[in-house]
Design a protein around this ligand. Structure first.
Ligand SMILES: Nc1ncnc2c1ncn2[C@@H]1O[C@H](COP(=O)(O)OP(=O)(O)OP(=O)(O)O)[C@@H](O)[C@H]1O
Ligand SMILES: [Mg+2]
Length: 228
């Protein structure tokens, strides 16, 4: 007997998302397998950020189905949604670190939200800070870091939870080439450790380095998919 194919980790069927009465995603179909790297490109306004927001549960589909890791986002019980969110790591284009908290405190908050036990936090935080090249900077406040350092800290905040799915919206958007390469290497590292990546990006260098499946959104739907 053939082994049964694993179900996709993320599945979208006939999804519509609107802002007000204007549909921004329409009839969207997508399947992302476990440990896949999916890169979503497309012109400004195509709906990439909207897709990321949908996948992290910040927006709801008006029509269609969204399923992640066996949990239907529409109609899921609050407890299931909370457990799912704990398995997601999210990196926004702007780092969104809390300015009045040190890096260590920012990461601790992310772990606390994921239900981590306090005594297990410190070693995880130190390990992830080292991984993103910010060892020794745990006591720094975000405004005292450069843009590239802040973006790496934002990545550390997503990675500290060892996410099953890492969602990132233009993670190299505001960075120079060297900082962008560092962030790209960290995304690759997360993929090697087993995470499934969904990354919205305009950055051809990121797409070339990371490999994986490239899809293009145009006016709210995917066109001409390809594999790099
Ligand atoms: N909060 C909002 N309210 C109303 N319209 C919105 C909102 N957010 C986005 N839109 C509109 O939805 C469309 C898709 O926006 P989205 O941010 O998803 O595009 P994008 O592909 O991420 O673009 P970019 O490459 O510029 O980041 C755009 O036309 C945008 O103006
Ligand atoms: Mg966007």
């Amino acid at each position: 007997m053939q082994p049964r194919a694993e179900p996709p980790l993320i599945r979208l069927r006939g999804v519509r998302v609107s802002y007000g009465s204007r549909p921004v995603l329409e009839g969207l179909e997508l399947e992302v397998g476990k440990n896949e790297r999916l890169l979503v490109t497309g012109p400004s306004g195509a709906g990439k950020t909207t897709l990321i927001r949908l996948l992290c549960g910040a927006l709801r589909a008006e029509r269609g189905e969204v399923e992640i890791d066996g949990v239907r986002l529409d109609g899921a019980r609050e407890g299931d949604l909370r457990r799912l969110r704990r398995r997601l790591g999210i990196v926004f284009q702007d780092p969104r670190l809390i300015a009045g908290f040190t890096l260590r405190e920012n990461l601790a908050l992310a772990l606390e939200a994921a239900g981590e036990r306090p005594e297990r936090m410190a070693p995880k935080i130190e390990r992830v800070l080292a991984r993103v090249g910010l060892a020794g900077r745990g006591d720094a406040y975000p405004p005292a870091l450069s843009g590239g350092e802040q973006q790496r800290a934002a990545l550390a905040r997503a990675l500290v939870r060892d996410p099953r799915v890492l969602l990132a919206d233009e993670p190299t958007g505001n960075l120079d080439a060297a900082a962008a390469a560092a962030v790209t290497a960290l995304l690759e590292d997360a993929w090697i450790r087993g995470a499934t990546l969904v990354i919205a990006t305009h950055d051809p260098a990121l797409a070339a380095r990371l490999g994986g499946r490239l899809v293009r959104l145009e006016r709210g739907a995917f066109v001409a998919p390809g594999r790099s």
